[in-house]
Design a protein around this ligand. Structure first.
Ligand SMILES: [Zn+2]
Length: 163
């Protein structure tokens, strides 16, 4: 009887450890806000979800996700964009984007660009030119007025990448 209680206790402890480990694993997994493709930290207002080989993956921005399509040659489809203004999820079907404005949420080497423009221009960045997403065309137009860039429906920007 004594043995049995001891054994039950051990089983409980092991179960608790296993659960704790699983919880920790899933926590660190979901909390890793890193781009699937470029490993950059994901900015909350440019977060993009795309299906890669049937699995939803997080990308740092629409441009990065669309570059994935270009490099691997396998079709990926973007299932969710994020509104730059509100941080709320956007359906790609009715979103507008501003392409190639002076805002790039993924850019980490701004000082390099300023210091040596030619070298920076030659360097390939999968997140450039940037695509900034908006729910309404009027918001996109307003943004482009302040930051430059071209306003277009998201579908048009995506189509340009598949050529
Ligand atoms: Zn990325």
């Amino acid at each position: 009887m004594q043995r049995r209680v001891w054994f039950a206790g051990l089983v409980c402890i092991l179960a608790a450890l296993a659960l704790g480990y699983a919880g920790w694993r899933s926590f660190t997994h979901t909390d890793a806000d890193q781009c699937y493709a470029c490993k950059r930290p994901i900015h909350a207002h440019s977060r993009t979800v795309a299906l890669v080989d049937g699995r939803p993956r997080l990308f740092c921005c629409p441009a990065c996700a669309l570059s994935q399509h270009e490099q691997k040659g396998t079709p990926i489809s973007i299932t969710r964009l994020t509104s730059f203004l509100t941080g709320k999820p956007l359906s790609p079907d009715d979103a507008y984007v501003v392409r190639a404005s002076d805002v790039n949420m993924c850019e980490r080497t701004k000082e390099l660009v300023d210091a040596d423009k030619r070298a920076a221009d030659l360097r390939y960045d999968r997140c450039a030119p940037s695509l900034i997403a908006f729910a309404a065309r009027s918001d996109a137009v307003q943004f482009a007025r302040e930051h430059g860039g071209e306003v277009m429906p998201f579908s048009q920007a995506a189509a340009a990448f598949s050529k």
